[in-house]
Design a protein around this ligand. Structure first.
Ligand SMILES: [Zn+2]
Length: 101
């Protein structure tokens, strides 16, 4: 997929996060600490994080994934993953590093 086409799908990081939430939590967001399903809310100003109203812990929507502790724009991860799985021969980590700088 060309980056321009990818950028049209995810014009902002928030759009990529919302897409990820829809895929990972199709039946609603579940707190990984206590298992509460519907009593979570966004941390203000931090779209990657939720707070649980039941146990008061916070968690990332990327908890348990390779993207859990990243500070990079999540769209970079999505684009890299797309490149890795869509290229016929795959792409080495070094080649990927050169692509994204
Ligand atoms: Zn909880």
């Amino acid at each position: 997929m060309l980056y321009k086409k990818f950028e049209a799908l995810f014009p902002t990081e928030l759009s990529a996060i919302q897409y990820f939430i829809k895929i990972r939590y199709p039946d609603g967001i579940i707190c990984p600490h206590c298992g509460a399903e519907t009593k979570v809310y966004h941390s203000s100003g931090y779209p990657r994080f939720f707070n649980c109203k039941k146990c008061f812990n916070s968690f990332s929507v990327f908890s348990g994934t390779i993207m859990e502790r990243t500070h990079s724009d999540i769209r970079n991860w999505f684009f890299d993953m797309n490149q890795m799985v869509s290229d016929k021969k795959g792409i080495s980590a070094m080649q990927q590093q050169r692509h994204i700088g």
